[in-house]
Design a protein. Structure first.
Length: 321
């Protein structure tokens, strides 16, 4: 059975007496009610239970989840059905979890929080029963741009070293514990302090790897999509949840443009293929088309401009050796 109210303070306890099918559906409804629209998957035949407590304190929500094993999924379908603009911070209290978002995977252990953005799909895999605290707040309170937030998600916040996180994370944990015990008149004030700490930690975490990590992630994805002739800068920006303007600015800081970088990588890939004996049976036009050049004449001109010889001359010279 499910018990408790979740309007401001409350709890949900999922008992072992429920049939497995009812248990999954009830747990999914409970998580979606407290957080955002979510889907739950568990391995058939494996026993599990879930317990959830939540407090809403102004703009900040503090919840404790005990669940596992299983998977919590914020799918593209869930995002489309529930346009939440909240950011969540997950911190393991016991056990481990794997958080996946934006092409990254963060292995979470006790004391190592990580951010995830409800506006894009994510997945949380819990291999065994675990307990975690989740803080949820509107993304506007973090005061981060889209590119900063995209660089922040699914990255573990370390409380070591001399950064702000080392000083503020213990303070945040203490504040959260105090919120749960404080007089109702003080809770909203303490929650505001906790939100400010989260914003500071998020800003530092995003600043550590804003451009470099995003650059590596974008160029890696473009490299994997070189064979798509219709790939556009807008497609790339959409894939990484950043604006088209920011994408162009990022490539400008590396002395190039989106199209020029992609064209160079395509020419390099075509050049390597033309030099392989295993590809000798393919025509120049077929190799060009394979790497996104729909016009063989344009490919030949671009190849000559870059390498000082035609594709035919390049192939002949390398196959002869």
């Amino acid at each position: 059975m499910l018990t408790g109210s979740l309007t401001r303070r409350g709890s949900v306890l999922l008992h072992r007496g429920l049939a497995p099918g009812d248990r999954v559906a009830a747990w999914q409804r409970a998580l979606s009610h407290v957080f955002v629209g979510l889907e739950v998957a568990v391995e058939p035949g494996r026993p599990w239970t879930g317990e959830l407590t939540a407090e809403r304190l102004g703009a900040l929500q503090i919840a404790t989840e005990e669940f596992g094993p299983g998977t919590i999924l914020r799918s593209a379908r869930s995002v489309a059905a529930d346009h939440s603009t909240h950011v969540l911070v997950r911190q393991q209290l016991a056990g481990t979890a794997l958080l996946l978002q934006d092409g990254r995977a963060a292995e979470l252990r006790p004391g190592r929080p990580a951010f995830h953005d409800a506006r894009r799909p994510y997945r949380i895999v819990v291999p065994q029963r675990q307990r975690a605290r989740i803080l949820m707040m509107p993304r506007a309170l973090l005061r981060l741009g889209e590119a900063q937030l995209a660089a922040l998600t699914a990255t573990v916040v370390e409380d070591t070293g001399d950064g702000a996180a080392a000083l503020l994370l213990p303070l945040l944990c203490g504040l959260v514990e105090e919120v749960t015990r404080a007089h109702p008149a003080r809770r909203d004030e303490l929650a505001r302090h906790a939100a400010e700490i989260l914003a500071t930690v998020a800003l530092e975490q995003a600043g550590r790897r804003p451009a470099r990590a995003l650059w590596e992630r974008i160029t890696g994805s473009v490299q994997a999509r070189l064979q798509e002739p219709g790939l556009t800068p807008q497609d790339i920006a959409d894939q990484h949840a950043i604006s088209l303007r920011y994408l162009h600015r990022l490539f400008q800081t590396h002395g190039t443009t989106v199209n020029a970088w992609g064209r160079t990588r395509r020419l390099e890939a075509a050049r390597e293929e033309l030099a392989r004996t295993g590809a000798a049976h393919r025509s120049i036009a077929a190799v060009a088309a394979r790497w996104g050049f729909s016009n063989p004449s344009h490919f030949s001109r671009a190849f000559r401009e870059r390498y000082g010889m035609s594709p035919v001359q390049w192939r002949s010279a390398h196959l002869a050796t």
